[in-house]
Design a protein around this ligand. Sequence first.
Ligand code: BGC
Length: 414
Amino acid sequence: MKTSVFAAVSAIAVTGAMTAVAEPQAEVLHWWTSGGEAKSVAVLQQEFADNGGTWTDMPVAGGGGDAAMTALRARVLSGNAPTAVQLKGPAIQEWYEEGVLADISSVAEAEGWADVLPASIAGHMMCEGTWCAAPVNVHRVDWIWANADVLEANGIAMPTTWDEFNAAADKLAAAGVTPLAHGGQAWQDATVFEAVALGILGADGFRKAFVELDMDTLKSDEMVAVFDQMRKMRGYVDDNFSGRDWNLATAMVMNGEAAFQIMGDWAKGEFLAAGKAPGEDFLCASVPGDGFLYNVDSFAMFNVDGDDKKAGQDLLAKLIVGQNFQKVFNLNKGSIPARVDVALDDFDSCARLSAKDMNESSDNGSLLPSYAHGMALRGAQSGAITDVVTAHFNSDMSSADAVNMLVDAVANSM
Ligand code: BGC
């Protein structure tokens, strides 16, 4: 008798506890819509579902995330923020200052994030000492991708200086191959620009110009040389570049229409999703010059009502930094794990090169945040720079005029 009463009481207690546990819900805003990106985010959706979560997808197409950020602003202004948002760099702290981000410190502490994330990455995820974002990966921006057969057929090796790049591009153009696959969208112009700038200014010059906004560097002769090289790049793209999406530019390299693309390693996600193999079908190399431009994708949780949504945020944060997700997601995405304790044995040669270069550049002070991908500057400043880069790329503006415009734009943005 005693036993059955006890059983009945505990059954009620268990049922009560179960009904009190909210089912995790998450509406997730992101811009991962290309082939490789969609395959990658599907890993998170699956893990979320496997752990009892219900995922409402809010994809906003548009490489680099400009359209997604516009959509986010509209949602937050209307008082209806999504549960979780792909957000990165200083934009995380900008939203925190608006008072709209949730504190995910309890998950971060329970999961020991401080022990498994490099301090440089963890720093981007903190807002006044609390954890306000969860990192997904480390993308490298300063890459050149190439079609292996096209280079071989034209007797060209991966360039190691900008002069070599220009000589290769001239040769390819003479042979009727588009040297540089590019999409004329402001963020893609900025991506090429910062890769060129890293090569020409060097790591210290890049930091002064695009992290510290040092006026002397912004108006230097070296910066004039950066725009000179951008003018050359403009001559290496095909006539239909305007408005082209980045993944269509990657496809041009894949199918041999173009030889090179300068793009972050999400481009590798496209090659891999299309069944192409690094070292065989496509080649990767860092752009001429030293240094490493990092771009860390992360998710921030917005203040929302409802235990189910809060449970969704906790579950998502936990899964995102989890070892399994960091491995499987990054194998698809083209990036490397943000966690330091994920073995790279299953990763390809480009990923291993990225990890090696990241460690070396961290040791020698040339590990730098990407300005073009929102890791280095607040939106007003990075936007001001990109406007000049795009205005120059899409006109016959001289390099000297571009530098003057750059200096004015940055000064006015502060
Ligand atoms: C993001 C990548 C994304 C790329 C193209 C970058 O800013 O960090 O995750 O794949 O944009 O959309």
